[in-house]
Write a protein that binds this ligand. Structure first.
Ligand SMILES: [Zn+2]
Length: 436
């Protein structure tokens, strides 16, 4: 018997044409998509007249342990942001803080229709894993990996072997546990030796997971790479054999034509974080990358670098900024941006065969949107409006792996009000400890 029947609604599979009809889910898997339901009863039927059903968003860059640090990085330059705010903040967290931070972050992700996030790494991965799992969504976990370079705070200095061993240990514990997976990470080329980069690639490929790394964030990073390695970051990573479909290059804000061609040729995905880039790093040439055939996905980055942790906002911003940068309103059309936020995000995390679109056989991660709001109701093209007009308030219900994690705007697994009250107190306590 069918487990769950949702419809009638405007179904937007992303990898196929939208249609009015039904989605059915059994055992957490999408078993039917069509203009009519299958024959026979369903264990649960959810009537969704006038609603829009889309695949859940994939956030390819989301620092869950920075959620308690929202607002700590406003209006300061990158090096102040990193050395005086973020690293001390990360060091000030204990495992319980990290768990609460990840829990609040996961709540915000669900409220914005996201069920899969890639965390490039905090220090207390066990806490992060528990916080995310409590809300019931998927994550690619990571541990912040640094073995060299300036600026690292006291207490955060590990050898290459220590960095790798700690990640091996976490991979054994979390990769494939529930909806969680583990990925190896590299913080930046400023703080990762070539030995660490090479060994990380080896381990990730052995485990069959992706590597996440912040790449070409600021011009100073390329200058540092040239001074220490002889070429820019992207070129050097290619020399080390890093660039490929299993290497997620985060930001890629400062790359030239040759580097864009290299990313495309290697099939190396880029995580584009429009808000965080504009706030701190610069404006990457995303339209040029797409023209060159680079696989681009979207992400929010962390709360201190974006403040708005919403993939819905990211879609709108990514599109509108690139139209302005290129002075061409035809770049990044809505359908492409929707792909970047869903199926291309899943592909960038090595999960393109699992989630990211509505297809029979994929796991059931989807969002029911209520378009009956002032910002959406009059839209001429509802699919275009998903990118141009949609807001968090349109997210009505969210299904992850066939289970409702948000049902008619209520979190199903956690007491949201209690969590938020505790998190506000804890964030204030962390700020007091840091004297910020
Ligand atoms: Zn980041």
């Amino acid at each position: 018997m069918t487990g769950l029947r949702i419809g009638p609604a405007l179904i937007v599979p992303v990898t196929a044409e939208p249609f009015t009809g039904y989605v059915e889910v059994t055992g957490g898997e999408i078993t039917h998509l069509g203009p009519s339901p299958t024959d026979g009863p369903a264990a649960e039927t959810v009537a969704t007249p006038g609603r829009i059903v889309i695949p859940a968003f994939v956030n390819t860059h989301c620092h869950t342990s920075q959620q308690l640090g929202r607002g700590l990085g406003d209006d300061v330059g990158l090096l102040t942001w990193l050395h005086e705010r973020i690293w001390p903040y990360e060091l000030a967290l204990d495992e319980s803080d990290s768990e609460l931070s990840a829990l609040v972050c996961a709540i915000e992700q669900v409220r914005n229709g996201c069920t899969l996030l890639a965390d490039p790494g905090g220090r207390h991965v066990d806490g992060m894993a528990r916080g995310i799992a409590a809300v019931g969504i998927r994550a690619l976990l990571g541990r912040s990996a640094m073995d060299s370079g300036d600026g690292r705070p006291e207490g955060d200095r590990e050898s290459t072997a220590e960095v790798l061993d700690a990640q091996d240990d976490l991979a054994a514990r979390w990769h494939g546990t529930g909806l969680l997976r583990f990925s190896y990470t590299l913080r930046t080329i400023f703080n990762c030796s070539d030995e660490l980069i090479t060994a990380t690639l080896e381990r990730a490929r052995e485990l069959g997971t992706v590597v996440q790394m912040h790449v070409a964030e600021v011009p100073e990073e390329n200058e540092h790479a040239v001074a220490t390695r002889g070429v820019t970051t992207v070129r050097h990573l290619d020399r080390l054999g890093a660039l490929g479909p299993d290497f997620l290059a985060v930001h890629a804000t400062w790359v030239d034509d040759e580097e864009i061609a290299l990313l495309a040729e290697r099939g190396c995905p880029v995580s584009h974080n429009a808000a965080s880039n504009l706030k701190i790093l610069g404006t990457p040439r995303i339209a040029d990358m797409l023209d060159a055939g680079v696989h681009v996905a979207l992400g929010t980055d962390g709360a201190p670098s974006n403040n708005r942790m919403s993939m819905i906002d990211e879609m709108w911003l990514a599109a509108i900024v690139q139209k302005g940068v290129r002075r061409d309103p035809t770049v990044l059309p809505a359908a492409s941006v929707l792909r970047m936020a869903t199926v291309d995000g899943a592909g960038a995390l090595g999960m393109g065969d699992v989630v990211g679109s509505l297809e029979v056989g994929k796991r059931a991660d989807l969002v029911v949107l209520d378009p009956f709001t002032a910002n959406f109701a009059t839209a001429a093209d509802p699919v275009s409006a998903l990118v141009t007009a949609c807001k968090s308030e349109n997210v009505e219900s969210v299904l992850c792996d066939g289970e409702w994690v948000l049902r008619e705007r209520r979190l199903t697994r956690v007491d949201e009000a209690a969590v938020l009250a505790e998190a506000a107190d804890r964030a204030a306590a962390v700020r007091r400890r840091l004297k910020l």
